[in-house]
Design a protein around this ligand. Structure first.
Ligand SMILES: [Zn+2]
Length: 146
């Protein structure tokens, strides 16, 4: 798949399910399997703050728990929440949001960091694209324990 617009749209849509009453920073993620399937996730915060989970890991644990382990790319859409007059979450993003360190490491377990792509939706419809190796250089992975 060369055009990731479908993946980015899925991330933006998944952001609507975000549960972020504390940070108000809503994130959606969409993980693309090598067979072309899209699994989405959103951040889910908790009154006990460390119990919350990021959108990227929500998508990853959903996928792995369903038996999917081969991935091509992930799209991330995150931004502080803004609502229109009707109270609907706006899809406009104010800045790119990148996966946190824990999410980068969890993705690293299941992908080739040199080819796996991380796309992040930015303001004005821009999209930034990196390989996981660029975001997590000199990483530690399963082969280190083989
Ligand atoms: Zn994270």
């Amino acid at each position: 798949m060369e055009d990731y617009s479908r993946l980015l749209e899925a991330a933006i849509k998944a952001r609507h399910n975000s549960y972020a009453p504390y940070s108000h920073f809503r994130v959606g993620a969409a993980l693309l399997t090598k067979s072309g399937e899209i699994i989405t996730g959103c951040n889910i915060e908790n009154a006990s703050y460390p119990a919350g989970i990021c959108a990227e890991r929500t998508a990853l644990v959903k996928a792995v728990s369903e038996g999917k382990r081969e991935f091509e790319a992930i799209a991330v859409a995150g931004s502080l929440e803004q609502f229109d007059e009707a109270g609907v979450l706006k899809d406009e993003l104010t800045a790119p949001a990148f996966p946190c360190g824990i999410c980068r490491q969890m993705l690293r377990e299941f992908v080739d960091p040199e080819s796996f792509l991380v796309l992040t939706a930015a303001e004005g419809g821009k999209v930034l694209k990196y390989t996981l190796a660029q975001l997590l250089p000199e990483s530690f992975g399963p082969e280190n324990l083989a």
